[in-house]
Design a protein. Structure first.
Length: 183
C-alpha cells in the first residue's frame, strides 16, 4: 500500500491535510485503500489524531484487517502525545487485559492522563478507580469530589449517581467487550 503524501511544503499542514483527506475518502467505500494510505502517512509522521484514527480502524477492521496489537500500538503512540481517547482506550485494554497484560495501576495512570486532557468519561473512570481502589489506594472522599466534578461537567452517569453501582458498572466498563473502546 502506497502512502499518500499531499503536495504541501509545510510538514504540519501536510499531515493535517493527509488526515482530513483520509476521513473524506473513507466516507466513500471505494476509496478505502487510499484513505488508509493517507492515514498511514500522517500516523507514521507522529500525528496523534491520525494515529488514533488508524488505531480505531485496526481495532474495528475498517478498511484494514482487524489487528488489536497494531491498534493498541497506535493508541500508545497517540496517548503519549496527549490524545485523550487513545489514552482511554489503552487504559481500558490494561484494565481488562485485552491485548495487554492486565495492569490496574497502568490503567489508572492512563485514565488520569485522559482526564487531565479534558475527557470527562475518563474523569468518571478515575473516580471509580479511587472509589474501589483499582490500581491505586481507595480514596472515597477524592472519588466523591471527582464524581461531583464530572456531574457538573455534564456526565450523565455521574449526574445520576455520585457513586458507581459496582466495580465494573461505569458507562463504558463492559468487562472485556472490545466495543467498550472508543471509536
Amino acid at each position: 500500500m502506497r502512502e499518500m503524501a499531499p503536495r504541501v511544503k509545510d510538514e504540519k499542514r501536510a499531515l493535517e491535510l493527509a488526515y482530513r483527506r483520509a476521513l473524506r475518502i473513507s466516507r466513500v467505500s471505494r476509496g478505502q485503500p487510499e484513505a488508509v494510505a493517507s492515514l498511514t502517512y500522517a500516523a507514521r509522521r507522529n500525528q496523534p489524531v491520525a494515529q488514533y484514527a488508524l488505531g480505531s480502524w485496526f481495532l474495528h477492521g475498517i478498511g484494514v484487517q482487524k489487528n488489536l496489537r497494531r491498534a493498541l500500538a497506535l493508541f500508545a503512540k497517540a496517548a503519549a502525545a496527549g490524545h485523550p481517547d487513545a489514552a482511554f482506550n489503552l487504559a481500558r485494554a490494561y484494565e481488562v487485559g485485552e491485548g495487554r497484560k492486565k495492569n490496574a495501576r497502568r490503567a489508572f495512570q492512563l485514565y488520569q492522563r485522559a482526564a487531565a486532557h479534558g475527557d470527562v468519561g475518563a474523569l468518571v473512570e478515575v473516580a471509580r478507580c479511587l472509589f474501589f481502589g483499582i490500581g491505586t489506594r481507595p480514596d472515597r472522599a477524592a472519588a466523591d469530589k471527582l464524581y461531583a466534578r464530572a456531574a457538573r461537567l455534564g456526565n450523565a452517569e455521574a449526574r445520576a449517581t455520585r457513586r458507581p453501582r459496582s466495580k465494573r458498572s461505569s458507562r463504558r466498563s463492559s468487562s472485556a467487550d472490545p466495543r467498550s473502546l472508543r471509536h
